[in-house]
Structures are given as structure tokens and as C-alpha cells.
Design a protein around this ligand. Structure first.
Ligand code: NAP
Length: 303
């Protein structure tokens, strides 16, 4: 397996790439997608209560004939209300398994009534053996600090948005994660291709792709690996899934990684400037309208 495994701070290991079910939908389509991912060689499925396809993922995994210990299952507590004990049991029932390998709080706002209380419940279900590892998702630096202040067990992973255009912005989260041995899982790493094509990252990614006889998506996944993170990705296409797996063999040089980082930072600055210009233009427009309204009101009073 070219992607290998990363060791978590609780001593367990996690496969370096996961197939995500967020966009897999429901019913037979979702079953088929998970089945396809497993049949090409994915051994890590990333799902969540919110994706509403844990049942389908569980069915595909059972039908794959793989032994439970040969597949790594991540799911997430995604429903508000703070019922972590009830939710993990529902997820286990949906998936048809006795434990999940990694259970994440999907977003800090779901940690109710507060992060410390929610995390204590995560620690309890780990002791009960319902989950092997516990972690978080979309936690920022302040959220992690609040959690670590009372945690008996440090989160094993933090699953976050990570691609070259947000690398600068997410760097403080990566730094605190490194300090505490928290593995970063990168989702939506392909955004420079899927949602923001034509930006500065295209040039180094395309150049590296042609030099290594690879595709741009493979280069972006290799960039995730070079950052020491787990890649959480997906595809509806068998050939692309196979390509994602072989991307684990791509060796980016430090110069390749630096070129992608630098282009990502340029794109990030451009986005911030555009957002600032939009805000200034909006304030100016609101100001002009207010001025016009005030002048009109004055004229009406003078009539
Ligand atoms: N924790 C969280 O809050 C959170 C949030 C978002 C996602 N996630 C997890 O991360 C997983 C992946 O998320 P994502 O879908 O945003 O990830 P992604 O890896 O950035 O994007 C995957 C998409 O990229 C497309 N793609 C790949 N190569 C392409 C190319 N060369 N040209 C055009 N399109 C290409 C694929 O389309 P095709 O189907 O056409 O191949 C697929 O739909 C989710 O399923 C979920 O498990 C977690």
C-alpha cells in the first residue's frame, strides 16, 4: 500500500488515505461507490452521521467480505444536542459494527453544552470500547486549547479543510497539532482543481504533474502526504480512485512542495485582497445610499 499508515498519539495506526462518503448520496449508488473504493484498494472509509449513508457504507463493507480488522472506519458525531453516547450507538447500529476505529466531533459548534463536557463523553465511549480512537474535525486553535485544558486523552486527529490556498490560514492549527501529536486529516485538498481552477497553484502543480507523468489531482494528494497529513478524498470514477492510490508513490521534492506553498500563499493573498475590496466597495455603496437618502429627506423637509 503506497500510502502507508500513520501512527496516532494513542498508539494505533491510521491508513494515509481515506475514501469519503459525503457526496456519495444514499441507497444503491452509495453502496456501489463504497464497494468500488474498497475493490480498488481503499481500506479507510470516512463517513459521518450527517452524510446519512452510514448504513450503505456498512452494507458495502460487509458485502466486500473483508474482515473487520482489515478496514479502518471513521465516522463523526454530527448532530447537535450533545448526545454523544446515543449517537455513537446509532452509528454502530447503522454501520453494523461493534466499534469504529476513529470517532470525530464533526464541528466545534456541536460540542454541547461545551467542549470540555463533550470531550469527556468522547473519552467515556473510548473506555467502553465503542471507538478505538477519538478526535475532532474543523477545530481551530482556540477550540483545541479549550479541549486540551481539561482533556485526559488528547485528540488523535483533527480533520480540517487543507489545500494550498488555505495552507497559510491553517498553519497555526498544524502547528498546535504537531505540538500535541495530533494527526491532521486533510479534506477537500482538490479544491484548486474542483472549485478554484485558473489560480496561481495551477502552474507548479501542472509542471510537477508533467515531470512526474502524473495528474494534477495526484500531485495535490502527494502534497497532502508531504505535509504529513491523511488525505480524505473521494471520486465517482474507478480510474481516478486508482490514480489516488498510486499518488502515494509520488515523491515531491522539497522544492516542489515549496513552489506549491508559495503559489497557494499568493492565491490566498489575492483572495483576501478581493474580499477586502468587496467589503470597502459595499461600505462605500451603503454610505452613498445613506447620504442620498439623507439629502432626499432634507429636501422633502424644506418643501
Ligand atoms: N470533516 C468535514 O467537515 C468534511 C468536510 C468536507 C469533506 N469531508 C470529507 O472529505 C471527503 C472528500 O471531500 P471533497 O469531495 O471535498 O474532496 P476532494 O478530494 O477535494 O474532491 C473530490 C472531488 O474531486 C473531483 N476530482 C478529482 N480529480 C479531478 C480532476 N482532475 N478534475 C476535476 N474534478 C476532479 C472528484 O470528482 P469525480 O467524482 O468526477 O472523480 C470528486 O468529486 C468527503 O467525502 C468527506 O468524507 C469532511
Amino acid at each position: 500500500m503506497p500510502w502507508g499508515e500513520l501512527t496516532l498519539n494513542d498508539g494505533t495506526t491510521i491508513p494515509g488515505i481515506a475514501f469519503g462518503t459525503w457526496t456519495a448520496g444514499n441507497g444503491q449508488n452509495a453502496i456501489d461507490q463504497v464497494d468500488r473504493a474498497v475493490s480498488v484498494g481503499f481500506d479507510h472509509i470516512d463517513t459521518a452521521q450527517a452524510y446519512r449513508n452510514e448504513q450503505e457504507a456498512g452494507q458495502a463493507l460487509r458485502e466486500s467480505g473483508l474482515a473487520r480488522e482489515d478496514i479502518y472506519i471513521t465516522t463523526k458525531f454530527s448532530v447537535g444536542g450533545g448526545d454523544i453516547e446515543g449517537s455513537i450507538q446509532a452509528s454502530l447500529d447503522n454501520l453494523g459494527v461493534k466499534y469504529v476505529d476513529l470517532y470525530l466531533i464533526h464541528h466545534p459548534r456541536l460540542a454541547q453544552p461545551d467542549i470540555a463536557t463533550a470531550w469527556a463523553k468522547m473519552e467515556k465511549i473510548q473506555v467502553e470500547g465503542k471507538v478505538k480512537s477519538i478526535g475532532v474535525s474543523n477545530f481551530g486553535v482556540n477550540d483545541l486549547e479549550a479541549l486540551l485544558a481539561s482533556a485526559k486523552v488528547k485528540p488523535a486527529a483533527n480533520q480540517i479543510l487543507l489545500h494550498p490556498y488555505v495552507y497559510t490560514q491553517q498553519a497555526p492549527i498544524l502547528a498546535i497539532a504537531k505540538l500535541h501529536g495530533i494527526v491532521i486529516e486533510a479534506y477537500s485538498a482538490l479544491i484548486p482543481i474542483t472549485h478554484q481552477p485558473g489560480g496561481p497553484v495551477d502552474k507548479p502543480v501542472n509542471e510537477i504533474a508533467s515531470r512526474l507523468d502524473a495528474t494534477p489531482d495526484q500531485v495535490l494528494l502527494a502534497w497532502v502526504k508531504a505535509k504529513g497529513a491523511v488525505a480524505v478524498t473521494t471520486s465517482t470514477k474507478k480510474s481516478r480512485l486508482e490514480g489516488y492510490l498510486t499518488a502515494g508513490d509520488l515523491l515531491l521534492t522539497p522544492a516542489d512542495v515549496a513552489a506549491i506553498d508559495a503559489a497557494g500563499a499568493v492565491g490566498y493573498r489575492k483572495q483576501r485582497t478581493r474580499a477586502l475590496v468587496r467589503r470597502v466597495a459595499l461600505v462605500a455603496l451603503v454610505g452613498a445610499l445613506a447620504f442620498k437618502a439623507a439629502s432626499w429627506a432634507r429636501n422633502v423637509r424644506c418643501m
